[in-house]
Design a binder for this molecule. Sequence first.
Ligand code: PLP
Length: 445
Amino acid sequence: MNSTIDLNMVNAYIPGRVDVGPATAAMIARRDALLGPAYRLMYEHPLHIVRGEGAWLIDPDGRRYLDVYNNVASLGHCHPAVVDAICRQAATLATNTRYLHDTILELAERMLATVPDTGLAHLMLTCSGSEANDLAYRIAQVRTGGTGVIVTETAYHGFTDAVAKFSPSLGASVDLGAHVRLVPAPRQYHADGADLADRFRRDVEAAIHDLRRHGIKPAALIVDSMFTSDGILPAPAGLLKGAVEAIKRAGGLFIADEVQPGFGRTGEHMWGFQRHGVQPDIVTVGKPMGNGQPIAGLMATTDAVAQFGKNSRYFNTFAGNTVSCAAALAVLDTIENEGLVRHAAQVGTFLREGVAELAGRHAAIGDVRGVGMFVGVELVSDRAARTPDRELTTRVVNRMRDRGVLLSACGMGHNVLKIRPPLVLTAEQAVMVIAALDEALTTAQ
Ligand code: PLP
């Protein structure tokens, strides 16, 4: 017998109701009993998955789902080069950072080689993007003697206590710190031709001024250059320049959070900040770094970490473990060997153009945007007024899942479809996404 699951209980991002089979219902009940209620956030779709294969996830009955909500297995699930590297390393030496080993040094060389002429000279490893931003913020506090942080209005930078305090997308569940200032994200679709770079710079300057007025010294401006949780906002190239100059003039650091846009996803460069011609003091990385292995970290200038190195020792048992480092090396090799940055640009453009064509038939599509393998589709109830349609967005996400395509929603009005396929998505698979969206928009109205 099938059960109806209330998605508000399962998934804070995609409210609604969905019918699930008895096996999935039993699994959700076991999860709640064994892992506790807080785990609900972690499993967005009540799907029971047993296998991954390229862009596909496969359930126990052999049903296949095209996973276009995937910024972790960015090379596709179980990429053979990564699997091979993991197996070989695990069979040779699987250990932590108490000892020197070659893999961590080789990884540092390879990562730093992706940011030539930037002054970024050191790699520090963590197990998650949250820890990377936590560490970056600690480094910024030591370097600047300040605590003030500036982030965008619906930003997400992680879940540790310090970082959650500057992750407003967590909503009412977390109190933002008194040392945190929010600035509007650059929403081109709603900007009516305004100069977004100038506006962003002025907003950051005002935030700096306000921090000082309250006796708080600015420590950092932290930006995800794709503004992913703000609604996938591919800001015009160069947009960050004035704002970065402003924070540096004020004595603070610029931290580029590359957990989402990094590792070639923008289809232009390896790192999203490179679109803007700016010089970060710290770059935080994660998600696709190990194609599923837990590895993240930061790259920093000598100037940023010098004082931190004198005052503090950094130790994190599993960070920089040999197996995760081997996976990350295989990821870097594969991006290069398979030309995935260029592939992301080509297939991503094809996908966006296909979705944009649907706008001729579906008045609910207000805006289609993105770069590389980032596609944001803003759904509206009134195109002229650009009124967010959250309910329709929820229905479309659920219909697409029923059609075997997994994605999510983001943005201030929760009305932006977040399409973030693996870099290896093929043109044929892009056509499947477009067809599923077409049908979902037709039936979900
Ligand atoms: N920064 C950004 C921009 C993110 O999107 C996320 C996670 O979604 C994080 C940091 C936190 O990374 P993690 O979930 O690995 O802790």
